[in-house]
Design a protein around this ligand. Structure first.
Ligand code: ADP
Ligand code: MG
Length: 637
């Protein structure tokens, strides 16, 4: 055998260093990872054998075996799955193929507790072997390769590994762990049995443990033999080996659901919720969907990140990450669907076009939303979920017209009534608190909660006791350009030029506004002259109580400043907004302006206009000019 020494990808070395410190208290997870890999390799071969039965004809019964060797201090996990070629071993066991790996390492802080959580989330997979072993040997042969094309791979986890071809009769993989002294308890039958049952009861392949058993002496055995019966070593199945989702839901313990989740989602943390359904209708299917407790670190930054459900047809694993079964805004949902309605040889392309897929997607979307709705009944848990995935859910109303109202009902916001930045108010809460004559849902989008809460646009509504939803996430802009109403109540931005207070404004108020308009005719003219074509119109405001002025855009619907910035950053040329300036004549600053001579009045007018823009956008195009203006006025110039 000729062996070559290879260096691990830098990330692997980093991961191995981190592993030693961080997963120390949770050693046994290596068994889950290695059994999970063995089961994946068997699933893959099972799938290939559907079209090429020759691949498995010399060894047709799939199984995973675990064998402890006390004398040599080794633990071996074997499978008769797909196996590895030399090239595959070198890449799959020497690099980390996951997208976003580099990002992940950038995210590590050096703080052991925080990092270990991240590592758990990242999934250490095969490399978890080095938690318990100071040397790992992998002997494998691909089911597609000849006997002399077996592979031997070995590493002590210190930066390099060795690999080369060896002869090997059987297909499949042995992972041989040379256990560290402190991990020798994994040679003990009962420790192994307990861990294997915990981690692999739900796996549909039998997991067999190599055990020593007493042979029952025969009837006619000698007295001597009966006293000292013979012992023999044999493989004994320890797991249930029925695919979890095929069992009746009421028979399955929460612990089992959780463990199964960790297996299929490669997550170390428990899921927040799950929904297991068996449906016998037009299309027969079983689905098991999960809500993770934590968003992957690259959920928003990595648009290519894989997602989707595992697809099984008649219990045979067909593919991972089938994203055809759920809409994009539910891309955080994990789980599987098993159906009899698709052919075993379905490809991704055909899946995309199948009418069955469309129907399943519709049904599974409902199931997933139902699971989230159910979770919403538990306020604390829902808050956890919402913190992680709320922003993704907000893509829903635009993407999924059919379920628009359901998705909207699942959203939560801060509001002028809730009084905190935490998103806790649902649209139904809002509607339940609406004033008697109110028929619209008022909202404000702003770059931060602080800015939103202090916005002058809220003043009149606050005075009337009308609740305003405060939306401060980027995706809110997108959301609000895509929804018009909820339960027949229109959404109205409080910055709209016409607030449409409708019946909320009584006759006396309407009259008072008209009177104010007349009374301050001259002042309005002075503002118009001073500001020239910077403004389209100047009006007396009915929405301000504490601020001197605000701006609203002509025509109501307009790009919010945040959206405008996003477009401009992307190099889009946009027409300038045409502004309507609303003034509050009873504010001291406006009164002071009114009393000034024309030259100073012009400065005041500009100051008022710039301040109004500042309140609207949170920033100014030319802050220097603003500072100059303020200084001039302060110095009495
Ligand atoms: P993951 O399982 O998430 O892909 P792992 O680190 O657990 O990541 O495994 C890395 C890769 O190594 C697997 O994707 C697979 O290609 C290969 N591998 C690991 N164990 C086995 C095995 N028992 N049989 C065949 N291939 C394996
Ligand atoms: Mg794995």
């Amino acid at each position: 055998m000729t062996t070559q020494t290879h260096g691990f990808q830098t990330e692997v070395t980093k991961l191995l260093d981190l592993l030693a410190n961080s997963l120390y208290s949770n050693k046994e997870v290596f068994l889950r990872e290695l059994i999970s890999n063995a089961s994946d390799a068997i699933d893959k071969l099972h799938f290939l054998s559907l079209t090429d039965p020759d691949l498995i004809k010399d060894d047709p019964v799939f199984r995973i075996r675990v064998r402890a060797d006390k004398e040599n201090g080794t633990l071996t996990i074997s499978d008769n799955g797909l196996g590895l070629t030399l090239e595959e071993a070198n890449t799959h066991l020497g690099t980390i193929a996951k997208s976003g790996t580099e990002d992940f390492f950038k995210n590590l802080s050096g703080d052991a507790a925080r990092d270990s959580q991240l590592i758990g989330q990242f999934g250490v997979g095969f490399y978890s072997a080095f938690i318990v072993a100071d040397r790992v040997t992998v002997v494998s042969r691909s089911a597609k390769a000849a006997a002399e094309e077996g592979v031997r791979w070995e590493s002590t986890g210190n930066g390099t590994f060795e690999s080369g071809n060896v002869a090997r009769d059987a297909r499949g993989t042995d992972v041989i762990l040379h256990l560290k002294e402190e991990a020798k308890n994994f040679l003990d039958e009962w420790t192994l049995r307990e861990a294997i049952t915990k981690y692999s009861d739900h796996i549909s392949v039998p997991v067999e443990l190599y055990v020593e058993r007493t042979v029952e002496p025969a009837e006619d055995a000698s007295e001597e033999e009966k006293k000292n019966p013979k012992k023999e070593w044999k493989y004994e199945q320890v797991n249930d080996a029925r695919a979890l989702w095929t069992r009746p839901a009421k028979e399955i313990k929460d612990e089992e659901y959780k463990e199964f989740y960790k297996h299929i989602a490669s997550d170390f943390e428990d899921p927040l919720a799950w929904a297991h359904n068996k449906v016998e209708g037009e299309i027969e299917y079983t689905s098991l969907l999960y809500l993770p407790a934590r968003a992957p670190w690259d959920l928003f930054t990595n648009m290519d990140r894989k997602h989707g459900l595992k697809l099984y047809v008649q219990r045979v694993f067909i593919m991972d990450e089938a994203e055809q079964f759920l809409p994009n805004y539910l891309r955080f949902v994990k789980g599987l669907v098993d159906t009899n309605a698709l052919p075993l040889n379905i490809s991704r392309e055909l899946l995309q076009e199948s009418a069955v897929t469309t129907k399943l997607k519709k049904a599974l979307t409902k199931r997933a939303l139902g699971m989230i709705e159910k979770l919403a009944a538990d306020k604390d848990k829902y808050a956890l979920f919402y913190k992680q995935f709320g922003a993704v859910l907000k893509e829903g109303p635009a993407e999924d017209w059919t379920n628009r109202e359901t998705v909207l009902s699942l959203l939560r916001f801060a509001s002028t009534v809730s009084g905190s930045a935490e998103p806790t108010v649902s649209l139904d809460d809002y509607i339940g608190r609406m004033k008697e004559k109110q028929d619209k849902i008022y909202y404000l989008t702003a770059p931060s909660y602080e800015q939103a809460a202090a916005s002058p646009y809220l003043e009149a509504l606050k005075k009337k006791g009308i609740e305003v939803l405060l939306m401060t996430e980027r995706v809110d802009e997108w959301l609000m350009t895509n929804v018009r109403d909820y339960k027949e109540k229109r959404f109205i931005s409080v910055t709209a030029s016409d607030l449409e207070l409708g019946d909320l404004e009584d006759e006396t108020e309407k009259q008072a506004n008209k009177d104010a308009e007349n009374e301050h005719k001259d002042l309005i003219e002075r503002f118009k002259t001073a500001l020239g074509d910077k403004v389209k119109e100047v009006k007396v405001s009915s929405r301000l109580t504490d601020s001197p002025a605000c701006v609203v855009a002509e025509g109501g619907q307009r790009l919010t400043p945040q959206m405008r910035r996003i477009y401009e950053a992307a190099g889009q040329m946009l027409p300038e907004d045409t502004w309507i300036l609303e003034i509050n004549p009873s504010h001291a600053l406006i009164e002071k302006a009114a009393a000034a001579d024309e030259e100073h009045f012009k400065r005041y007018a500009e100051l008022v206009f710039l301040q109004a823009q500042l309140a609207d956008a949170g920033s100014l195009k030319d802050p220097q000019a603003y500072v100059q203006l303020v200084n001039d006025l302060l110095l009495g110039k």
